[in-house]
Design a protein around this ligand. Structure first.
Ligand code: DAH
Length: 355
């Protein structure tokens, strides 16, 4: 009965071998060694002819059973190995869905834009229009028509950024001599533009960027934001100016901050004042923030000088008006007690996101 023993031995060997194989390649070589053309089981089957005829059917049956068992076992092990390989791969290549995603952080409006829009809302509520004007201005609109005398210090090259119009002889594409063009130092020139194209009644503001050759420090920036205001109508008085600006300061700073009107000089208004708001850090007692005065300046204002009306062709006998220019960065500093205006320009999100 040597052959049946051999068959069973092969089945055993295959079972042992299957337990040891750990990848499809090893499995395949075990299959070839057993069932291949020169495999152990194949060799045994070939010897079937030597089995005595009476035992042959039984032996043939056993051989077929062993062969079927071996094939089934190899197949099963193959499926098992494939499953294991897949599980291993899934593990290795798994995406950790518990990691937080990369968020798109929504931007916030810059504090200066927020306050600028708030100021626009206050005056739009009073029926003012919101105008726009050029950043590059000519000397006539920035100074001359605003009644600034030829020898006014703010006209000097050290106080103003002049723009060179790219022309050696002084007449470039814009037809203006180099010294005629400048980065506007104030939004007041927009008053002139508006009055040139519109007769009273005028109730307008113009927010915008202005430029000065100042070195940045805690209270100054070489580029900052103003909101210009202009009212021209019949019978406008200083009382209208004060009532309007008091309303504005209360809307922006609240009722507990005091204001004061301090006489000042501007070429285009007469009389003129500067308006201060009480310091929020010390409550008006005087501290480092307000340089000991208890007050911080936020705007200039005054009654429109009749000379300005003459420049733009508005009858000063019929109309009067007032004008004002608000420093938006100063308003921001005052409202949030910012010790240094430069923080507004740094782009430091830790600072800017607070507002
Ligand atoms: N333009 C002035 C400045 O830049 C601010 C100003 C003062 C504007 C008085 C006005 C005004 O309209 O009436 O300092």
């Amino acid at each position: 009965m040597a052959m049946s023993d051999d068959l069973k031995a092969i089945e055993e060997q295959v079972k042992e071998g299957l337990a040891k194989v750990s990848d499809p390649k090893e499995l395949d070589s075990l299959r070839v060694k057993t069932l291949g053309r020169k495999g152990s089981l194949t060799a045994l089957m070939h010897m079937m002819g030597q089995v005595p005829a009476d035992q042959r059917p039984a032996m043939g049956k056993l051989a077929n059973t062993v062969r079927a068992n071996v094939e089934a076992a190899i197949m099963e092990r193959g499926t098992e190995l494939a499953k294991q390989a897949m599980a291993k791969r899934m593990n290795a290549e798994a995406a950790d869905i518990t990691l937080p995603g990369r968020r798109l952080s929504p931007g916030t409006q810059h504090l200066i834009s927020q306050i600028r829009e708030e100021i626009e809302d206050v005056f739009a509520g009073l029926g003012y229009t919101v105008e726009d004007g050029p950043f590059i201005e000519d000397v006539y609109h920035n100074f001359t028509a605003l009644n600034a005398p030829e020898n006014h210090p703010s006209r000097s090259a050290s106080d103003t950024f002049y723009v060179v119009d790219n022309a050696p002889e002084g007449k470039g594409d814009l037809g203006l001599s180099a010294s005629d063009l400048l980065l506007r130092t104030q939004t007041s020139g927009v008053q002139v533009h508006v009055m040139e194209k519109q007769q009273p009644p005028i109730y307008m503001i113009c927010p915008g960027t202005v430029f000065r050759p100042d070195t940045a420090d805690a209270n100054h920036l070489p580029q900052f934001t103003q909101v210009e205001g202009l009212v021209v109508d019949e019978g406008i008085t200083f009382g209208d100016l004060k009532g309007t600006l008091d309303y504005f300061t209360r809307e922006i700073f609240g009722k507990d901050r005091a204001t004061r009107y301090r006489p000042h000089f501007f070429p285009f208004t007469e009389p003129s004042c500067e308006v201060d708001v009480s310091c929020g850090v010390c409550g008006g007692k005087g501290c480092r923030f307000c340089k000991g005065t208890g007050w911080l300046e936020i705007l200039g204002c005054g009654m429109v000088d009749p000379n300005v009306f003459q420049y733009v062709g508005i009858d000063p006998e019929k109309y009067t008006g007032f004008a004002f220019g608000i420093g938006v960065e100063r308003v921001a500093a005052l409202r949030y007690d910012l010790p240094d205006l430069r923080a507004l320009m740094t782009g430091d999100m830790r600072f800017l996101r607070q507002f």
